[in-house]
Design a protein around this ligand. Structure first.
Ligand code: CTP
Length: 404
């Protein structure tokens, strides 16, 4: 689910960075917008680094030349792309402009064009908060059905003590999650996701592995959990933290991964195999550390079991999504893997290109689908790509049922 996070100009703007992080952790895709005043307190770069997306800073910032039209309608695009608008901190000035329908900058213009769920987290000086003008504006906004996250009492930056301090980011994130319940289209699904590389030992201290970071699989697990699914993430060795609300099973070798997947197959309705599983393991793993000699050393390798192909044989009416990381012939290879491994969809991505693939935060993939469709998705953060994959998976399941 996509959230537009509007950051207003107040000393609490820095707390919005923590909020952006918490929202991403809960599996939301966050597009940050900063008012001009907000940029006096925090730099857009902070948010860009946390969300992996460019921050929108002003309505006409890129006006001029060819970009005039696109930037002038950008607020409509943002309004359409996001299901929730959170404003934190919402200053007294922003509340007034929202209440009265002024469209004097990007955030207020977006607000007018926006039809989804609105969550406002005010923060201001105690007297400003208590002022009848502010209270009247809040009343108007409440009556519109917006969620108001009341500020907390405490010592304020202006020296006063009283209500006006921005609610804790955890509280705002919890309220956003509760409001998002209406959009839990994967509720009732049991999804197994695999992620990361596997490690195949050579001796007690050495192993063969690959450059998979696990980010795509973790984003898939995070996105599915945010949309209400029960998610088991079978993860090879990676350094990523456990995604929020996901059961994580950490494994090491292809054989461990196979066992964990097979144990959870019975209950699963969707299986997504994003892991970069080793195709070979060392035939005779040394029980002691191999010592260096001047001679050439050969390792004998045996093939591992292809987990995806095995699941493909046993899948029944479960939806099976495989991955194909290729350096060439992407669509043909993805299609071949779909057929030979009996998948319903293969997510193909070119590796070795700039800024996408294994270690990158962004990805650019093509979906090859059992119905014959080939869908090229635009380059986006791995969390966005994960959400699109589930959107298409749900559509595909409907199409497969309709064809039966
Ligand atoms: N896969 C698997 N078990 C294996 C190897 C691969 O489950 N032992 C799965 C991966 O998780 C991925 C898909 O198969 O979803 C494709 O993996 P990839 O390495 O691209 O393909 P391979 O089948 O190994 O084919 P090739 O080496 O010909 O590219």
């Amino acid at each position: 689910m996509n959230i537009a996070l509007g950051v207003g100009g107040g000393i609490a703007a820095y707390k919005a960075a923590e909020l952006a992080r918490l929202l991403e952790e809960r599996g939301f895709v966050v597009q940050v917008l900063m008012t001009e005043a907000a940029q006096q307190f925090v730099r857009p770069l902070t948010f860009a680094a946390l969300t992996g997306r460019k921050v929108i800073t002003d309505l006409f910032a890129s006006a001029g030349g060819e970009e005039t039209l696109s930037s002038a309608v950008e607020h409509i695009r943002v309004a359409q792309d996001n299901q929730m608008l959170i404003v934190a901190p919402a200053t007294a000035d922003l509340l007034a402009r929202f209440a009265h329908g002024l469209a004097s900058d990007f955030l207020t213009t977006l607000y007018l064009a926006f039809t989804g769920t609105v969550v406002l987290a005010p923060a201001m000086n105690t007297n400003m908060w208590r002022h009848p003008a502010t209270q009247a504006n809040l009343e108007t906004l409440r009556r519109r059905g917006h969620h108001i996250v009341e500020p907390e009492e405490g010592h304020l930056a202006c020296g006063m003590t009283g209500p006006g301090r921005l609610a804790q980011p955890e509280r705002i994130a919890a309220i956003a999650s509760a409001a998002a319940v209406q959009l839990r289209d994967l509720e009732g699904e049991r999804i197994v996701v695999t992620a990361g590389p596997t490690e195949e030992p050579i001796d007690p201290v050495r192993f063969i592995s690959n450059r998979s970071s696990g980010k795509m699989g973790y984003s898939l697990a995070q996105a599915a959990a945010a949309r209400g699914a029960d998610v088991v993430l079978v993860s090879g060795p990676v350094t990523l933290p456990d995604p929020y609300g996901v059961t994580v099973l950490r494994v090491r070798t292809a054989s461990d991964m196979r066992q964990a997947v097979m144990e959870h197959l019975k209950d699963a309705s969707i299986i997504v195999k994003a892991a970069a599983v080793a195709d070979y393991h060392v035939a005779n793993v040394a029980s002691r550390k191999l010592k260096k000699t001047a001679m050439r050393l050969s390792l004998e390798l045996d093939p591992t079991v292809d987990i995806l192909a095995e699941v493909g044989q046993k899948k029944g009416d479960r939806l099976l999504i495989g991955f194909a990381a290729e350096t060439e012939n992407l669509v043909a290879e993805a299609r071949r893997k779909m057929e030979t491994k009996n998948c319903d969809m293969v997510v193909g991505n070119l590796v070795g290109t700039d800024g996408t693939g294994f270690e990158a935060d962004q990805n650019e993939v093509t979906l090859v689908v059992r119905t014959g469709d080939v869908i090229k998705l635009p380059r986006a953060t791995k969390l966005e790509v994960a959400n699109w994959i589930f959107d298409h998976a749900l559509k595909l399941r409907l199409a497969l049922h309709a064809a039966q």
